[in-house]
Design a protein around this ligand. Sequence first.
Ligand SMILES: Cc1ncc(COP(=O)(O)O)c(C=O)c1O
Length: 489
Amino acid sequence: MQISREATGTEVEASGPLYARLAADLRRQIQGGLFRPGDRLPSVRALRRERRVSVATVVEAYLALEAEGWVTARERSGFFAASPARAATPPPEAQRRLLPPAIVDVSEVAIQVLRRSSDRGLVPLGCASLHPSLLPVARVNRALRRAAAREPLHGAVYDSVEGCVELRRQIARHASLGGVACDPEDLVITSGGLEAVNIALRAVARPGDVVAVESPTYFGILQAVEWLGARAVEVPADPVEGIRLDLLEQVLRRHRPKAVVCMPTCHNPHGSVMTDVAKAALVELVARHDVALVEDDVYGELAHREPRPRTAKSFDRTGHVLLCSSFSKVIAPGLRVGWVDAGRYRARVEVVKSVTSLVTARLPQLALAETLDGGFYERYTRRLRGLLAGQVARYAEAVAASFPDGTRMTRPAGGNLLWVQLPGGADGSAVWRGALAAGIGVMPGEIFSPGGRHRSFVRLSCGAPLDPEIEDAIGVVGRLAAEAVRAAS
Ligand SMILES: Cc1ncc(COP(=O)(O)O)c(C=O)c1O
């Protein structure tokens, strides 16, 4: 990819404040090759001494450069030079146009994509989960064995509809990390995060109703709306700032949806994290319009910076927010355990759970309760956040080096996904098909909105440590992207 001067993002004026001048100096040094991609940059303390400025000034300079793509931060390791190619890859264009509510029809394509992506032989750039080597597999297996020994009848009896109290107690204890004061009685355990979203939606909306969804959004949310028989109205989400609150307000006034489904922390596919101010405004907005907010927080623990961001639910004073989450993205996707903290809709959620899957299997719940006990979970998720920040940055470098000129790509603040926009309206689905034929899984953008607005995107997962095989695969996908661009021109 060639570098053009104007493609380097928001340049901080060298004549501006102190941090901006420092940023300009550092940028020049990276551009001039003094620091090559991957090189460690001077520590905050060293720069503070050398430049006689405050720690805050140095950190601000680094954060400005990170926003431009010149620097990547790695938790506890410091700041590293990114490649000029990465800095030259701007974020995707934000959408502004509102469309009327529409019937959702993504399931047929989504199931084809899912069926073909589940092949474990594929290079794993498609599936959004983390590689098993990053998950606490041995600890979970030990907890499963101990739980089975303690409760040999776990499979011979039904658990309660709301789920096992030991686990609800642990979730309530850890919910305070997201800023929510939560009681075990508030929670209903579900069989995974997607069941949580389906149940939450069914508790607040009926067939024929309008449900507001972000655009783009996770296709599982769209399928939930589709099979509820509701119509979806898309609210553009900004790749950095999250759902556009001004457009959401218009949608609330114009279409009176029964629910808004949103991922304020580590959005799939953007990886954006809304600020606390924006989350509070979102919650105030839905409360003012008396609309339920289904908050999908399954990636909430995976923001790249400490501390773990607050949930929108933590700003909820009226009970309008149904917080849905699971252990799938951090501990064990195969155990299929999630939950809903449903506010004023708690009783309805319990009824819908009882008619959906009745109860969730008890053994995984017991094992997860044990895994959450003690300080392990906090230590582990802190380590995971730092590790993912570095891993996603390395993937972004590889994509920037392999994809054609004009490609745009998110700079995720959390999670393990990159959302890549091909230039010239090139067809992301053609790239998906070509990649599959080459033994590589990626996700086509067309399944991330009901109206197929995101056809020129592909989503890449950075869930596995980057190795030479994956780097080669990113090269292949980059060449397929270049072919798609040629075909579109
Ligand atoms: C945003 C989002 N919500 C929910 C889910 C499903 O979570 P679970 O596996 O816990 O059902 C996913 C899975 O990829 C997801 O990306």
